[in-house]
Structures are given as C-alpha cells and as structure tokens.
Design a protein around this ligand. Structure first.
Ligand code: FUB
Length: 469
C-alpha cells in the first residue's frame, strides 16, 4: 500500500472529473457516479438511463435518490450529456433512496420506463422491492407514474428462502422490457428468482400469469440484472450470476424460453460486487454497457458506467468481454524497454510492476492506457488497461500500481512527463515532474525511478510505445 499520499487525503480530495482530456475512455460518465445502465435509441441519439449512486465512501449500502438520463449522438458514444434527473419520488407510494435498476422503451409513440423501487408495505408483513412503471411522450422529460401504484405486489411472487428472515424481499427487482417482432411485449425481472410475464398492449399491466423460470445448464445461482435482446432471430438473456457477480448469458428461439446457458460474458469486477449490463445495437454495431468501480473513491455503492464493443461469433454466441480503460474508441499501448530483448512493462493483480517477455496468453498484462491525469506539458499517466482506476505511481521513489483515491496528491504521484527517448530521440523517456533528473528506468530487471548516469542507464530509461491491441 502506498502511504505518504493517503495521509493527506482528507484535505485534498479533488473533483471526479480531474482527468485532463480523457473523455473518450472508460468510464464514460465521469462527472458523478452512475450504475445499472439501460440504453434506448431514439431519433439519432442513444439515451442512457442510470441510477445515481450517492453513498459516501464509507457507506455500506446503496443510496440512489434519483435516476439520471444521459444522451449521446448515435455516431459518438464517447461524449454524454446529462439531459435530466428523475427523482425516485415520482413514485409517491415508494420509499427510501431506492432508485435501483430500470429500463425504458419506446412503444406505440410513447415511452415506458420500468424501474425498481422499494414499496411501502401497509401491513408491515413481508413487503419489499418492487416494480414501478412511468410513462412519457419523450425519452427525457415529463415522466409520470403510469399506475399510481406498483406494477406488481411483491406478494404475487415467492421470495427466495434467504430473503424470508428480512423485513422485506428483493426478488422483484431489475426489470428488462422487450417487444418482439409481433408486437408482444415481455417483462423479465428478478433477484435469486428469475421471472417473466407478458405485458398487455397498454404496457402497464401484466397479460396473464407470472412465470418463474430456470436456465438450463447454468453453472451457478442466477443473481439479478436480466436483460433481453434479439439478434438475427436468436433471443439472448444476459444476467448477473454468483456473487461477486459474473455476467453471463443464455439463448433461446423464443422470448418466452426455454433458455439454455451459453457462457460467461464478463468476469467479476475489481472493487465492485455487482455488475449490471445493457446491450445496445446502433448503426450495425453492438455494444456492451456496464458499471464498474473505476472512478476515484469508487466501490460497491459508488459505481460508474463503461462501454465495450460486443462481438458475436459466427454461430451466434457472444465473445467474452474484458473491461478496459480505453473503452470503445481510445487507444491502449504497450511499453517495450530498450534495456533487454523483448522486455515489456507488465502488471498483475497486485501493486507490482515488472518487466517480462510478452506472453500472448496473458496479452492484457502488457497493455496500458496512457493518458494524462493532470494537465501539463507532455504529462502522462499509466493505467493498466484491464484495471480501470488503478495507476502507476511514484511514492518516495518507489513505483507501484495503486487505486486512485481521489486526492490531488495521488494524481500528482501518478503523473509523469514524456520526453524524447534519452538513447533514441524517436522513442520515449518518462521523467518525474517533481524532480526532472529522475526517470523511469529498468535496473536489475525492475522498473525504478532513478537518475540515468551512463549510456547503459539512458538506454534503460528509453521505451518504445506501440499500439497495444
Ligand atoms: O443498484 C442497485 C442494485 O445493484 C441493482 O438493482 C442491481 O442490479 C445491482 O446492480
């Protein structure tokens, strides 16, 4: 653990948007925390519906007082504009800071937004989280509770056994709405138990019974976050499994199932127990939108939305997705040292940074996202590509990979200056901003911050930066 900078944390917390010129990378929403993304395409724009995580860094549960709606042009998806905030209180019958996962859809000229909120249980028996539905004429403003009551009484479903001893249940959360080619709408939802029901054409009432379903071949417990989509006549049900959550998927020939487990989409995340995905197809491209704990001071209850490309294999299965710092349009790079043959800067799961021959089986460990955290001439910072929110820092001359704690002193420690390579001007060297005599260099097989004293040192302080993907 790094020490000297964390001591001053309280006094020097900086804003979440301290990154200089990093708009195109992950997380895509940097101005505040955002969770449980859902996407909707309308009239040349993609709208993102997210929950606004407002727990403190010490908080031990979700605090979501409102949902936020962002938009981006369909040919952009890097720059997101906050269009509006919708308070949980639009559902007057609900309680608590419970603006949990939601999804909006356009149907028959109106917009319907299915949300999770915590319902008040008048009889003080097993109440619980339930579903609300709001309606509007446009994707951003004027959202009104469509029913003036929950879409579902939690008593209509049987909570999972581990919920019974609690004062409320949470099996009725995380709605995902889908309208099939024949116009039939379906709502999927659930935690521990997975449910679906058809919706009437008015979109605000169930049509027939609620089904509890199983996914054939699922290797662990279904947790939550179902999301239904269709591609080339195949139906996909993506969801969170186990805890900490992995994201996985099942396929079917029909939105009503039966569903067959098909594999993992994303491994568990660093620093966030939950994971929650939306699938977006726009302009013939497919995207995977999810949350992580990547922003400084992020965590289980302080999440932020990221985007990756989603690729289908020829047989319709989906290729596994790696969470990255570069996201859909920024670049990732490798750093090859001139100190020895084929020596690349490499990270692992911990704080060590090492040098090693490239190993294609562990491709990601050599890939970095190099962007300035702080503005300045030729400033750069090094994020391990698959550990968003972690940076290479120099702390009293010692180099390590640590999580950004939100302090200005951390950002300083993670900021270097890129100059012409000391032994080859076409390449790069990186020096300390506080002591311009100190360079990143390889000594005795390790990366150190030191003063190059010889031609060999200057070579050891020179790196070739190349595209990493
Ligand atoms: O944001 C609150 C809850 O955390 C969501 O409803 C779940 O999907 C999980 O992400």
């Amino acid at each position: 653990m790094w020490t000297s900078f964390t001591r001053s944390l309280g006094a020097t917390l900086v804003g979440l948007s301290c990154a200089a010129g990093t708009l195109a990378d992950n997380p895509v929403i940097k101005e505040r925390f955002s969770a449980d993304p859902a996407a909707l395409v309308h009239d040349g724009k993609v709208y993102l519906y997210v929950g606004h995580d407002e727990a403190t860094p010490e908080g031990d549960f979700f605090v979501l007082r409102e949902w936020n709606i962002y938009s981006s042009d369909t040919d952009d998806l890097d720059n997101w504009t906050l269009e509006g905030d919708v308070p949980r209180t639009i559902f007057e019958w609900a309680e608590a800071d419970s603006a949990w996962a939601s999804q909006a859809i356009e149907h028959n000229g109106k917009f319907y937004w299915y949300t999770t909120v915590r319902g008040v249980d008048p009889e003080d028996s097993l109440g619980g989280y339930t579903l609300g539905v709001a309606v509007s004429d446009n994707p951003v403003t004027g959202w009104k509770d469509a029913l003036g009551k929950p879409l579902l009484d939690p008593a209509e479903t049987d909570p999972a056994p581990h919920m019974i001893e609690h004062s409320h249940s949470w099996d009725d959360i995380d709605p995902s709405v889908f309208v099939d080619h024949d116009g039939q709408a379906y709502l999927y939802w659930g935690n521990s138990h997975l449910y679906y029901a058809k919706l009437k054409d008015n979109m605000i009432e169930f049509d027939g019974e609620i089904h509890q379903l199983e996914i054939a071949g699922i290797p662990g417990p279904f947790t939550e976050a179902p999301w239904l989509h269709e591609k080339n006549g195949q139906y996909y049900l993506t969801f969170a499994m186990n805890y900490p959550e992995e994201l996985a998927y099942a396929m079917s020939d029909s939105p009503a199932g039966p569903w067959k487990y098909k594999g993992l989409l994303m491994d568990t995340l660093e620093d966030s127990g939950t994971s929650h995905q939306a699938i977006l197809e726009v302009d013939d491209k497919d995207y995977f939108i999810y949350h992580t704990a990547a922003l400084p001071t992020g965590g289980n209850f302080r999440r932020s939305v990221s985007i990756e490309h989603l690729n289908y294999n020829a047989d319709g299965t989906i290729a596994k997705i790696t969470p990255t710092a570069s996201g859909i349009s920024d670049t990732a790079q490798t750093l090859q040292s001139l100190a020895g043959a084929e020596q690349y800067l490499r990270y692992g799961d911990g704080s060590e940074v090492s040098l090693a021959v490239r190993n294609n089986d562990e491709h990601w460990q050599n890939v970095w996202h190099i962007k300035p955290l702080l503005a300045g001439d030729n400033t750069v910072s090094f994020q391990p590509e698959t550990r968003t929110g972690y940076y290479l820092i120099a702390d009293e001359g010692k180099l390590s990979i640590e999580r950004h704690d939100g302090s200005n002193s951390f950002a300083q420690a993670a900021t270097f200056e890129e100059v012409n390579g000391l032994s080859n001007g076409d390449l790069s060297s990186f020096r300390s901003r506080s002591d311009s005599a100190q360079y990143l260099m390889v000594k005795d097989g390790a990366l150190v911050l030191a003063k190059p004293d010889s031609a060999a040192d200057r070579k050891a302080a020179t790196f070739q930066v190349a595209a990493g993907e």
